[in-house]
Design a protein around this ligand. Structure first.
Ligand code: FAD
Ligand code: FO1
Length: 425
């Protein structure tokens, strides 16, 4: 279990259970904890661990044992399959075949049946497209065509027969304290992790906010967005469950339509970008028109130039940008519209597009609970590098990259109100 850390509405777990039931063997779930995963801090790890604890408890109700491994997954997972209780299972599991003995500290190569299930997307990434898509309009039709095939209702997970390999509950506090990560980025309490809380959040969104989504989603003061991205990032909720719940509701059609466009088309386009573009987090990954235009404007004079520390500490001249940065550092989730403004201004006020990209990814992944997500890399590449966008009118520094400014924001929402709502502490 990695991308989808939930017990219900999980096609990968359902599929594994189907095989276990057919073979009449117990079902085991393993999660490999990486002590330092891509510089994630306690803000993200804390959220993830609480969700995993809920997974452990819920799996127990279904007589499914949960194993928490720790270390390098390339080493720990083959080792687990070979050495643990589960190895008894795999050797019996014809045609599972262990071809090489596990050797201490050498990554074992074991030949086992390996099935990949995309439980994260509704239309699996590889079914939606076999190539890097150019923009939303090139993937939208493909996804819509395939949606009826994949939008099945989930079957329920079945209770397995009891078996005696059930492990004791993990000591989650000890696990938390063993992490070699940054503990300075504080955890946040406005959002509760886990599968149950994710479901509650969905219900609250549908009841109180969805009606305003189409008109108000770009207003950071309006509280009209779902706040589901942290749950989606860790797979505490299935995008398909969200869509299955919202699709049949015919009232507020425009809001449903625009929400599902973000949840399905834009989100799956981001996965397509990160899967098919090896340079999804570098300048090289930008489209040719944008690279050439940004290159032309490399030496343009910048009106303001800030260091990464100045950005991080929200010390720019711009109260709106600083408020967005503070929303992210203090709350752990910046409003979606502000993310665009925030990233584009980093391009405008950095020495080069490469530096801007590096700063934006660093800050995004350090502070956002939903950081380190394909949506993040695609969103930053869209804002700074024109990915999935088109060329606009040429201007200094930005070249042909779409531009946005303070006055544009002021026309859309009450900037002063947003600044007031995101004070320094
Ligand atoms: P809602 O508006 O309620 O949307 C529901 C869901 O639709 C979201 O949870 C998300 O899964 C999907 N969605 C919404 N907007 C987008 C989008 N533009 N692209 C792809 N999918 C979308 N998203 C992350 O999950 N993690 C990130 O680190 C991240 N960083 C971003 C950085 C920048 C510079 C930009 C421009 C966008 C970034 N996004 C990121 C995409 C988007 O801003 C967030 O997904 C959204 O704000 C999450 O809030 P929500 O769940 O309340 O969104
Ligand atoms: N995946 C793992 O397999 N092990 C980890 O320890 C781990 C930590 C982690 C921390 C922050 C974060 O944002 C993601 C993390 N992931 C980890 C990845 C995560 O499990 C999912 O694969 C992604 O969230 C899917 O988008």
């Amino acid at each position: 279990m990695q991308r989808d850390q939930r017990v219900h509405d999980n096609w990968a777990l359902l599929y594994a259970q189907q095989i276990a039931l057919e073979k009449k063997v117990p079902l085991h779930v393993a999660f490999n904890l990486v002590p330092n995963f891509l510089e994630a801090t306690i803000r993200q790890y804390g959220f993830m661990l609480k969700g995993l604890e809920e997974v452990e408890d819920e799996l127990k109700r279904f007589n499914i044992s949960f194993f928490l491994l720790s270390g390098n997954p390339e080493i720990e997972i083959p080792k687990f399959v070979y050495e643990s209780d589960a190895s008894a299972l795999v050797t019996d599991f014809n045609p599972l075949k262990i071809v090489r003995q596990w050797k201490k500290s050498v990554a074992a190569k074991i030949e086992i049946q390996f099935h990949e299930v995309d439980a994260h997307n509704i239309v699996p990434c590889l079914a939606a497209s076999d190539k890097l898509e150019f923009a939303a309009y090139t993937i939208r039709q493909k996804i819509h065509k395939l949606l009826p095939e994949f939008m099945d209702e989930f079957p329920s997970l079945k209770k397995m027969k009891t078996h005696n390999s059930a492990n004791e509950k993990f000591d989650w506090l000890k696990i938390r304290n063993s992490l070699q990560i940054n503990f300075d980025v504080h955890e946040v309490d406005w959002i509760a992790p886990g599968e149950n809380s994710a479901q509650n959040s969905l219900e609250i969104f549908i009841k109180n906010k969805l009606v305003n989504y189409n008109d108000k989603r770009n207003d950071p003061n309006a509280n009209a967005v779902s706040n589901l991205s942290p749950y989606l990032h860790f797979g505490h909720i299935s995008a398909q469950r969200i869509a299955l719940t919202i699709l049949p509701m015919v009232e507020n059609f425009e809001s449903h339509k625009s929400f599902l466009e973000e949840l399905i088309v834009r989100r799956e386009l981001s996965d397509n970008f990160c899967y098919f573009n090896n340079n999804y987090d570098s300048f090289e990954g930008f489209p040719d028109w944008s690279k050439s235009s940004l290159n032309t404007h490399r030496n343009d004079r910048r009106d303001h130039l800030y260091s990464i520390e100045e950005f991080e500490q929200a010390k720019t001249h711009d109260e709106l940008w600083n408020a967005a940065q503070l929303e992210m550092t203090l709350k752990g989730k910046m409003h979606g519209y502000m993310r665009i403004y925030w990233a584009k201004k980093i391009l405008e006020w950095s020495g080069s597009p490469e530096e801007a990209l590096k700063i934006a990814i660093y800050l995004n992944d350090k502070y956002e609970i939903d950081g380190r997500d394909p949506n993040g890399y695609a969103g930053i590449a869209w804002s700074i590098g024109g990915v999935h966008d088109r060329a606009w009118f040429e201007r200094a520094v930005y070249g042909k990259i779409r531009y946005i400014n303070y006055n544009g924001c002021a026309k859309k929402f009450d900037v002063k109100e947003y600044v007031k709502n995101n004070p320094k502490s």
